[in-house]
Design a protein around this ligand. Structure first.
Ligand code: PLP
Length: 472
């Protein structure tokens, strides 16, 4: 069949054109989705078709029907949650990943995917300056990276007390203590739930005002119940303030108590990629496992998280699964031995491409640029009449509160005003931020993770917020 007759030619050309239209008009489109859920249902909800439809029609209608329902997360003025864009080589590699359609669970099923992942995993270890012996897994996101790391941790801490958790299960065995930063991300708790360890076993450790675990509180928590298997969960990058735990101080305390130390570094671990910022995560290499994301700060398309485990034997023993019909080979890396998945997307390709496109210096530059912009935006907005800076960024996260200017306004009034201004900014289409709570009050988070953000975007955003504050 000639290329012109391929059932893919036209539909993939349509997809390319629609993608380019989306990506090249981001600067002139509203940043936040403007359609309501009612509108989106009216556009997308159709009766289940009995007959097949031409692929070209399906795709052109899909492009038409999502109209108004896409956030401009791929652009430079989206500052909600912790959302990265996608660098061009990573996006292209992600398309190819779908076109190649490799099942990347085993080397035998997807040889090039296995090797690309093996190479990219080693590069990531170098970028984060993790110890040579560390094993890794490419998973769907940081949530599953926690599940992966904590499964390895569960294996190891049970093994230390002579309990084979994979065979015997949890019931009847000793309970694992999870001693964790009180300001941890909720995905840690969710991983503890999946793994059957029970969130009731999580013991929060007091933090300072920025969300950093207090060393004395950790020491006190670990002085008791020493006979119990223990996992300590620390954090690189608190979700609101971006600050990291003092690993150099905390990890030796945890190690002295015989605990496994896991680090949530969804975005904060990327500080290690910059010579200027790596002081913020000094000592992080002393941990036993690390979870981070590619789809946040590495600017790889979604479905990209990374788990790293120091004890590669524990990591492999927690996951390896062999079956006669599969083709397992020595000397190669079968990804399913390191992840919770069996069949899986060949998600190493986009990461491989992102790292190659940017190189070490480009990645460091991306991280540093985002931090600079987070600072400029937070300070710029914080100085506006009707706003105040609540947390000045040291990494890529800042906090702002908007003030109710009525006389006698209370903290609740400022909180209401903050949510109102966040909504007004989104409605303006000029930028998109999301809210959170800090010290009992509502705040707007400034979260910068995209390679697309420019100096011009920073000016445009501050101007747009100034206009919103002046108008209402
Ligand atoms: C600090 C932190 N940890 C974990 C996660 C979960 O990551 P993912 O959504 O990639 O699973 C996030 C997501 O925002 C996060 O910010």
């Amino acid at each position: 069949m000639s290329e012109n007759q391929s059932p893919f030619t036209q539909v993939l050309s349509q997809a390319l054109e629609a993608s380019l239209t989306h990506l090249t008009t981001l600067a002139t489109q509203p940043v936040g989705a403007q359609a309501s859920v009612t509108e989106l249902r009216a556009q997308l909800k159709k009766p289940l078709n009995d007959e097949s439809l031409p692929a070209e029609r399906v795709v052109s209608e899909l492009v038409r029907d999502v109209e108004g329902g896409l956030h401009g997360t791929a652009g430079g003025r989206f500052f909600g949650w912790v959302i990265g864009g996608a660098v061009p080589a990573a996006l292209a590699a992600d398309w190819l990943t779908s076109a190649w359609d490799q099942n990347s669970g085993l080397y035998a099923v997807a040889p090039a995917a296995a090797v690309a992942e093996e190479v990219a995993g080693e590069w990531l270890k170098e970028i984060f300056a993790l110890p040579q012996e560390v094993s890794f897994a490419f998973v769907t996101g940081c949530q599953m990276a926690h599940a992966t790391c904590l499964n390895a941790a569960r294996h190891a801490v049970y093994e230390r007390v002579g309990w084979d958790v994979e065979t015997l299960g949890l019931s009847g065995g000793p309970r694992v203590r999870i001693v964790a930063n009180a300001h941890r991300h909720s995905s840690v708790d969710r991983a503890v739930r999946f793994l059957g360890m029970g969130t009731a076993q999580i013991e929060p450790v007091e933090t300072d005002d920025f969300g950093r675990t207090k060393a004395e509180a950790l020491r006190a928590a670990l002085e008791v119940k020493r006979e119990r298997p223990t996992i300590v969960c620390l954090q690189a990058g608190e979700i609101n303030t971006g600050v990291s735990d003092d690993f150099a101080k905390l990890i030796p305390i945890a190690k002295e108590a015989g605990a496994w130390v896991h680090v949530d570094g969804a975005f904060g671990l990327w500080a290690a990629a910059s010579e200027k910022l790596k002081y913020q995560v000094a000592g992080v290499e002393l941990a036993d496992s690390w979870a981070t994301d590619g789809h946040k700060w590495l600017n790889v398309p979604y479905d990209s998280g990374f788990a790293f485990v120091r004890d590669r034997k524990a990591h492999r023993n927690a996951f390896a699964q062999h079956a006669a019909y599969l083709t397992h080979q020595q000397e190669v890396r079968d990804q399913m031995d390191w992840t919770p998945e069996f069949s899986r997307r060949a998600r190493g390709f986009p990461t491989y491409a992102a790292i190659r496109q940017m190189g070490r210096a480009g990645i460091a530059d991306l991280i540093e640029r985002c931090c600079r912009y987070a600072h400029e935006i937070t300070v710029g907005i914080g100085m506006l009449d009707g706003a105040r800076m609540v947390c000045e960024p040291t990494l890529n996260q800042g906090l702002i509160q908007f003030l109710d200017r009525r006389e006698g306004a209370t903290e609740d009034d400022h909180s209401r005003r903050t949510d109102e201004v966040i909504a007004l900014i989104a409605k303006s289409g000029e930028a998109f931020f999301t809210g959170s709570e800090w010290n009992g009050s509502r705040v707007m988070r400034v979260s910068v993770c995209s390679w697309q953000t420019t100096d011009e975007d920073v000016e445009r955003v501050v101007r747009a917020v100034k206009k919103v504050l002046a108008e209402k």
